[in-house]
Design a protein around this ligand. Structure first.
Ligand code: FES
Length: 106
């Protein structure tokens, strides 16, 4: 297990226990975190799992694939820290990861 913290646009946070190997999106859905609709179920065709990764953690992630980079462009309010949470796989090293859910996704 790894702990992932989701910060909502209103500043509230929710920390969940995520299974190693699951995506961050799956951890959010399994724990009722709002704001990550993930309409395509992780098939990299919707961008509704878009979130901002805390800059301190961004460098610890595997770089976004070309396919993810293309799909991020379809998201609203993209920032340099934008990632698609269905493409971030939970590892023990990522325990403590903080992601912020964009206000545009409510
Ligand atoms: Fe659709 Fe991530 S869930 S792109």
């Amino acid at each position: 297990m790894a702990q992932i913290t989701f910060r909502q646009a209103d500043g509230t946070t929710q920390t969940v226990d995520a299974n190693i190997g699951d995506s961050v999106m799956r951890a959010a859905q399994d724990n009722g975190v709002e704001g990550l609709a993930a309409e395509c179920g992780g098939c990299l065709t919707c961008a509704t799992c878009h979130a901002y990764v805390d800059p301190a953690w961004l460098v610890k992630l595997e770089p976004a694939s070309e396919e993810e980079q293309i799909m991020i462009e379809c998201a609203i309010d993209v920032r340099p820290t934008s990632r698609l949470t269905c493409q971030i796989l939970v590892t023990e090293e990522l325990s403590g990861l903080v992601v912020e859910i964009p206000a545009s996704q409510y």
